[in-house]
Design a protein around this ligand. Structure first.
Ligand code: AMP
Length: 466
């Protein structure tokens, strides 16, 4: 219930270099039960993407939305969908799906369904929402379709399996939403999407959201949407403005020690560490646990249950550090992530934007720290080019490693003890080189203009520290 029980949340999140002129949800023509749920969830004002997209979708337009996660895009499509369902609940038929939402990952699909539950919690009879994703049993999902659904949130691969047996499940579908289309492209889902959408009536409403607009997505939109309205809240590749970003140059073999040191900082209350590979995620998690820092890994080789458990522990604050690969982490919506650490830079620069968007959600601020080895410099340059900024850099090459810690549990409780005592001169040197200390002055959030160099909050140009 991630969106419930939050009081008075004003959406001031930029990424969004614009303010909406609409200040109230009630100005957007949202029906009463939904307004009540928004109030209950503590939403005070519509975010810019909501202010733009909700009226357009409610009027029945196809829509092409350029927005990244953290902008409130889920409610931007969920509220008009629910408004439409509320207008006529009698059209639910067994074996048919009224609204289809396609999402790239199981986690995102589950979160979207959760948002529908949250916004639709005061609907009577209660909303019929279902999730169809891989990695879980087939049968209950087939039964769910057989009973009929007002909203089905699905990942394309598993849905196609079901549609092979039930080709008419989408025969009466009124709306299709494609969320994080660029990510679905990365995962090779474009062909499955085309095949799925072909099973729905032509006279439907289609909405496509994407954080970026590569050619293939533009082509998909041209094929599936009719005269779409375009709304966008951030230029492609713009990073979330309240994320304070920095880079630490490190030698590859000292990354783990620098990471451990970073995560020991008390300011890190909830962090996601990104690795490039699943094995890398496991190795980093093992190292952190060995060092007495409780961490859990989440990636595609974990079972659905393990993933749900890890996410749940993280969300509830039982686990402070989540170690994730890009695919597993896209769309993870956990509030209060204070830090994102890129243990390795992503191969695709767009992933950087998505990764750091895990912090600074819903108007909060956060820090993103990227550990960059020599061989990763070209990746860093690509990220800087895409996001049109120069990131502040601290140099930790050649500095002594942090002391090694080993986990130790005599009484079952995790404790940490130093296996080698740090030398005082090392401690001094480390402090001078500490990634957080070395950039003390740039703790101010970066304010990213739409074009050109970023400026610190007080207006001075940020330069590389090297
Ligand atoms: P999304 O971009 O849809 O993943 O939403 C990001 C986060 O913002 C989620 O935690 C939502 O619950 C929250 N959110 C969405 N719209 C609003 C709003 N108008 N006011 C406050 N929080 C919101």
């Amino acid at each position: 219930m991630h969106a419930v029980s939050r009081l008075n949340r004003t959406f001031s999140a930029p990424g969004l270099h614009e303010r909406s002129t609409v200040t109230k949800f009630s100005d957007l023509g949202i029906p009463q039960p939904l307004l009540r749920a928004l109030h209950h969830a503590g939403y005070e004002t519509p975010s810019p993407i909501q202010a733009k997209a909700i009226p357009a979708i409610s009027r029945g337009h196809d829509l092409l939305g350029i927005a990244q996660t953290g902008t409130g895009k889920t409610a931007a499509f969920a509220l008009p969908v629910l408004g439409r369902l509320l207008a006529d609940r009698s059209r639910l038929v067994p074996g048919r799906v009224r609204t289809l939402v396609l999402a790239p990952t199981r986690e995102l699909a589950a979160q979207i369904a959760q948002s529908f539950h949250t916004y639709g919690q005061f609907m009577h009879p209660s909303l019929r929402v279902g999730v169809i994703v891989g990695g879980v049993q087939h049968r209950p999902q087939a039964d769910m379709i057989a009973r009929g659904l007002e909203v089905l949130v699905a990942t394309p691969g598993r849905l196609l399996d079901h549609l092979a047996a039930r080709r008419d499940a989408l025969a009466a579908t009124e709306m299709i939403i494609l969320d994080e289309a660029d990510h679905m492209l990365d995962l090779g889902f474009i062909e499955p999407i085309r095949r799925i959408v072909a099973l729905a009536p032509k006279a439907r409403q289609t909405v496509l959201f994407s954080a970026t607009m590569p050619e293939e997505i533009a082509a998909l939109a041209a094929a599936l949407l009719r005269n779409p309205l375009r709304v966008s809240v951030a230029p492609v590749g713009t990073t979330v403005a309240q994320v304070d970003q920095r880079v630490v140059f490190v030698e590859g073999n000292s990354k783990r020690d620098v990471l451990t040191e970073l995560l020991r900082d008390e300011a890190v209350t909830r962090a996601i560490v990104f690795t490039r590979t699943k094995r890398g995620a496991d190795r980093v998690t093992h190292h952190l646990n060995e060092s007495g820092i409780g961490a859990q890994a989440i990636h595609g080789n974990k079972s659905q249950n393990q993933r749900v458990r890890a996410l749940d522990g993280f969300r509830r604050g039982h686990v402070r550090i989540l170690v994730a690969t890009d695919i597993a982490a896209r769309g993870i919506d956990v509030d209060g992530v204070t830090h994102v650490v890129n243990f390795e830079l992503p191969d695709a620069p767009e992933s950087y934007v998505h990764r750091i968007g895990r912090t600074a959600r819903a108007g909060a601020s956060g820090q993103a720290i990227s550990l960059c080895g020599n061989e990763e410099r070209p990746l860093l340059r690509q990220i800087e080019k895409l996001t049109r900024q120069t990131l502040p850099v601290a140099d930790r090459r050649g500095s002594p490693p942090a002391p090694r810690f080993k986990s130790w549990s005599a009484d079952g409780a995790a404790k940490a003890i130093a296996t080698s005592k740090p030398r005082p001169e090392d401690a001094k040197r480390r402090k001078a080189h500490s990634p957080i200390q070395a950039l003390g002055t740039s703790k101010k959030p970066l304010v990213l203009p739409a074009h050109g160099m970023p400026r610190s909050a007080h207006g001075t140009q940020i330069k590389k520290v090297l």
